[in-house]
Design a protein around this ligand. Structure first.
Ligand code: ADP
Ligand code: DP6
Ligand code: CO
Length: 322
C-alpha cells in the first residue's frame, strides 16, 4: 500500500439539544437524540498517513507529541474496516482552544474519521462516516455535516448516526462565544456524563424531556420562531448542568464569570435583544442570537470581559478533504 497522506478539515458544533449520557460506552450509543449547529469559526485539521515503516502510531497535536491511546484505539476501528495492519502518523491542528469546552473532540474525530478512512483506502458515504466518527467521540458524528444537524440515537452501531436538517431562509443563527476559561477542564465530557447516568436521580426526567425539547425545537426551526428556538436551547442546557449538580459526587462546570455572562444575556433580553445562552461541558458561554444582533451582544460582552475573549461564529460547512 502506498503511504499516501490525506488531510481533512472538520468544524466544531455546538449542541442546542445536548447529548449527555450513553447507553453503550463501547459503541458510543447515546441515551437521547441531540441537535447541533456546526460552526464556521472553530475547526480541526488532521493529516493521516499509514506507513509500513512505522513501528507504532504517532500522534502530534498542535505540534507536540501527545498520548495517542484514544487515537490508536480509533485507528484500530479503521484498520479493521479496511483490513490492514499498518501503523499511522496523525498530525492535527486545532483551530479552537483545546479542551476549553468549545468541543474540540467533535471536530477532532470528524476530521480524523474522514482523513483516516481515506488514507486507509476506504470510501465511506456520509452516513458511514458519521457512524465512524461517533466511535471516537459521540458529538463528532454531527460534525460530518454543516449547519443544523440531528443525531439519531438509534439502537445499535448501524442505526446511530447524524443527518443534516434544512436551515430555513432568513434564519441567520449566530453564536457569540465568550471564553471564560481556556484551561483544561477538570472533568471530561466522557467522565461527567457517565457519572450522571450512574448517579443522578433526575436522569430519567432528562431522557423524557430531551425528547420533547427536540420535537419542539425542530418545530420552532420550521416555523422560524427564533424566540422559542432560543428558549428551548437555553432550558435544555440548564437541565444538563442541573444533572451535573445532582450527581454523586456532584460537579459543576460553571464559573463565576459564566454566571455573570448569563446574567448579562438575561438583562439584554429584558432590554429587547433576542438572545439565549448555552454551555457545554465547560465554563464558556455561547450566546445564541440572530446575525442582526451580533454587534450589540459582542459589544456588551467585550465591555465586561475584554474584546479578546469574545468570538463570533456563524453556521459552518461539512467535514471535507483539503
Ligand atoms: P471537548 O469539550 O473539548 O470536546 P472532551 O473532553 O470531549 O472536550 O474532549 C477532549 C479530548 O479530545 C481530549 O482527550 C483531547 O486529547 C482530544 N482531542 C482534542 N483535540 C484533538 C485532536 N485534534 N485530535 C485528536 N484528539 C483530540
Ligand atoms: C456537553 O462527544 O465530547 O458537548 O462521546 O464521550 O467523546 P464522548 O463525549 P462528547 O460529549 C459532548 C457533550 C456536550 C453536548 C453535545 O455536544 O451534545
Ligand atoms: Co467533546
Amino acid at each position: 500500500m502506498n503511504a499516501t497522506t490525506y488531510t481533512a478539515r472538520a468544524h466544531t458544533n455546538i449542541a442546542l439539544i445536548k447529548y449527555w449520557g450513553k447507553k453503550d460506552e463501547e459503541l458510543i450509543l447515546p441515551m437521547n437524540n441531540s441537535l447541533s449547529l456546526t460552526l464556521d469559526r472553530f475547526y480541526t485539521e488532521t493529516s493521516v498517513t499509514f506507513d509500513e515503516q512505522l513501528k507504532d502510531d504517532l500522534f502530534l497535536l498542535d505540534g507536540s507529541r501527545e498520548n495517542g491511546n484514544k487515537v490508536s484505539k480509533f485507528l484500530d476501528i479503521v484498520r479493521k474496516k479496511a483490513e490492514i495492519n499498518i501503523k499511522a502518523k496523525v498530525i492535527s491542528q486545532n483551530h479552537v482552544p483545546s479542551t476549553a469546552g468549545l468541543a474540540s473532540s467533535a471536530s477532532a474525530y470528524a476530521a480524523l474519521a474522514l482523513a483516516a478512512s481515506k488514507a486507509a483506502g476506504l470510501s465511506l458515504d456520509k452516513k458511514e462516516l458519521s457512524r465512524l466518527a461517533r466511535r471516537g467521540s459521540g458529538s463528532a458524528c454531527r460534525s460530518i455535516y454543516g449547519g443544523l444537524v440531528e443525531w439519531q440515537k438509534g439502537t445499535d452501531d448501524q442505526t446511530s448516526f447524524a443527518y443534516p436538517l434544512e436551515m430555513p431562509n432568513n434564519f441567520e443563527i449566530t453564536m457569540v462565544a465568550l471564553v471564560v476559561n481556556a484551561d483544561y477542564k477538570k472533568i471530561s465530557s466522557r467522565a461527567g456524563m457517565k457519572r450522571v447516568v450512574e448517579t443522578s436521580p433526575y436522569y430519567p426526567a432528562w431522557v423524557q424531556t430531551a425528547a420533547k425539547d427536540l420535537k419542539n425545537i425542530k418545530q420552532a426551526i420550521v416555523e422560524r420562531d427564533f424566540e422559542t428556538f432560543g428558549e428551548i436551547a437555553e432550558e435544555n442546557a440548564m437541565k444538563m448542568h442541573a444533572l451535573n449538580m445532582s450527581a454523586h459526587p456532584h460537579f459543576n462546570y460553571l464559573e463565576p464569570n459564566s454566571i455573570k455572562a448569563m446574567q448579562i444575556v438575561e438583562k439584554l433580553r429584558l432590554e429587547g435583544v433576542s438572545c439565549y445562552y448555552t454551555l457545554d461541558a465547560g465554563p464558556n458561554v455561547k450566546v445564541i442570537c440572530l446575525k442582526r444582533d451580533v454587534k450589540v451582544i459582542a459589544g456588551t460582552l467585550s465591555d465586561s470581559f475584554g474584546q479578546e475573549k469574545v468570538l463570533v461564529a456563524g453556521p459552518g460547512p461539512a467535514a471535507h478533504l483539503i
